[in-house]
Design a protein around this ligand. Sequence first.
Ligand code: MG
Length: 250
Amino acid sequence: MGPERSNQYTEAGLRELRRNCIMHVDMDAFFVSVELRTRPELRGKPVIVGFPADRSVVLSASYEARAFGVKSAMPMVVAARICPKAVIIEPRHKLYYEVSGQLMEVFESITDLVEPLSVDEAFLDVGGAIRRLGPPRVVGELIRRRVAAELGITASVGIAASKFVAKIASTRCKPDGLLLIGPDETVPYLHSLPVGPCGESARKLRTSSPGWASGRWRTWRPRRCPPLRKCWVPPVSTCTGCRGGSIRGP
Ligand SMILES: [Mg+2]
């Protein structure tokens, strides 16, 4: 890690750091974590937040429940069958929105450039905060510490030069982690991944592309990113939007 205070950096060093300062901050199992603040005896146990009704779905599952295969949006009936020991808690949305408001206040005290994605996650552009607070990793750890101390829940932070890669990074360091992908590491890092984390492009390629149903696209099953890089752009762009071509790398 670099010096703790960014004023020890040269101007060129600061410019370089600012290239690498988009953060995706995401709470770990948000609804469950909020509930466990007042029910600490359930820590380390499989816990599901959702209405225990036939047609309800899982809203949030603790990592212990996920180990049994429970996932968000899974029917509660299925979740109860595969993880019968799970403790089921009815959701309290008003409380979650309150905590979400406090969370956004923490983010906004770090930078003005906050783009909320949902109640428990946001992109932060911290380029302007580096001189004041320190290099990106220090800022990321500061956010994680403050969220833990002030809200009593854990956050995972992905840091990269783009939102797309920052979101992949936060997902892959969960729970309670921080992952920084430097600008120069971005392409090698993406190439090391299965295609799935890259915005689920593989699934969309298989199911949504108009050209997919015919010819060689029907049998093409990219499992890692390098094949996508070599891919003819239109099918990728068609199913991922106009920026789809950018995942091909330089
Ligand atoms: Mg989350």
